[in-house]
Design a protein around this ligand. Structure first.
Ligand SMILES: Nc1ncnc2c1ncn2[C@@H]1O[C@H](COP(=O)(O)OP(=O)(O)O)[C@@H](O)[C@H]1O
Ligand SMILES: [Mg+2]
Ligand SMILES: [Zn+2]
Length: 286
């Protein structure tokens, strides 16, 4: 009996050592292989996973995610959105989608927008959309992993992951568990002054996730009379300087436009102006 236990322990230790050695070797060879990664199901074939990240909330991260999905879809790509902002989900509302995801065996089918963008969000699974999610960090991170591994995404060119703001459990889990190609960092000119943006940048850097580009949202307001651009949140010079120093590209500079807000708030984000998010697509992997 005791002998058996010793053997089991020995075997477990040997297994752990082997796994560690494998991970170390992969690391030494510069491979991204990591022991936390979670496999998708057999009905999911995603070419590129892109994370949309911000230092804090309210800078337009979800709007950029939704708008980028619409632009990519218009360009003919198959697109999905994984709403990883479990405590502040807003993607379904922007698309006016309320469909409950279907269940196939142990897996879930994503909802689909009018133009065929696939999406999954905790909002689609909760009986009452107004109920706040009060789970603790690990439970939330677990749901995000399930949204990757237990959703039938099918064939996608791009899966956009709308992250919760900041550098908490969920971004860390997503970076560890999903094959993220790179991130887009959304900020406003004013927001950059705060450390939170740089923190988000450094987190990606530490996780060896490329920062594909910075989206400067709320950069200006255009006067409807004379067309003058007014930088309501201050000059973007500081953002440009920081980006240059960090070696990242400011891929889009977006105006504060009441039309964007009203389209997002009324569930008609699929009607955003053609080409608005086009500059963002240029930094994505092909
Ligand atoms: N460029 C923009 N012009 C006008 N309103 C915007 C713009 N980007 C976002 N908004 C609005 O600002 C609010 C916050 O945007 P949201 O995308 O939800 O931010 P986050 O996901 O970072 O919290 C929303 O009401 C949205 O409609
Ligand atoms: Mg959001
Ligand atoms: Zn004017």
């Amino acid at each position: 009996m005791e002998e058996n236990q010793d053997k089991a322990l020995e075997a477990a230790v040997a297994k752990a050592k082997a796994a560690k050695a494998k991970a170390d070797q992969a690391k030494a060879e510069g491979k991204q292989e990591n022991p936390f990664s979670v496999a998708p199901n057999e009905q999911t074939r995603v070419k590129h996973v892109i994370g949309i990240v911000s230092g804090k909330g309210g800078v337009g991260k979800s709007s950029v995610t939704a708008g980028l999905a619409v632009e990519l879809n218009r360009q003919g790509f198959n697109v999905g959105i994984l709403d990883a902002d479990i405590t502040g989900p807003s993607i379904p509302r922007m698309f006016g989608v309320t469909t409950t995801p279907g269940i196939v065996g142990e897996l879930m089918l994503p909802a689909e927008t009018e133009t065929g963008i696939k999406l999954i969000s905790i909002n689609l699974l909760l009986e009452d959309e107004e109920t706040p999610v009060i789970w603790r960090g690990p439970a939330i991170a677990g749901v995000v992993k399930q949204f990757w591994s237990e959703v039938i995404w099918g064939d996608l060119d791009y899966l956009l992951v709308d992250m919760p703001p900041g550098t908490g459990d969920v971004p860390l889990t997503v970076f560890q568990s999903l094959p993220v190609d790179g991130i887009l960092l959304v900020t406003s000119p004013q927001n950059l002054v705060e450390m939170v943006v740089k923190k988000a940048y450094h987190m990606a850097e530490q996780m060896k996730i490329p920062v594909l580009g910075v989206v400067n949202n709320f950069a200006y307001v255009q006067c409807p009379h004379c067309g003058e651009k007014i930088e309501v949140f201050g000059s973007s010079d500081r953002l440009d300087a920081w980006a240059a120093e960090a070696g990242v590209k400011v891929c889009a500079t977006l105006p504060m436009d009441p039309d964007i807000a009203s389209l997002a708030d009324s569930g008609r984000i699929e009607n955003i102006p053609v080409g608005l998010m086009e500059p963002v697509t240029t930094v994505l992997p092909e």
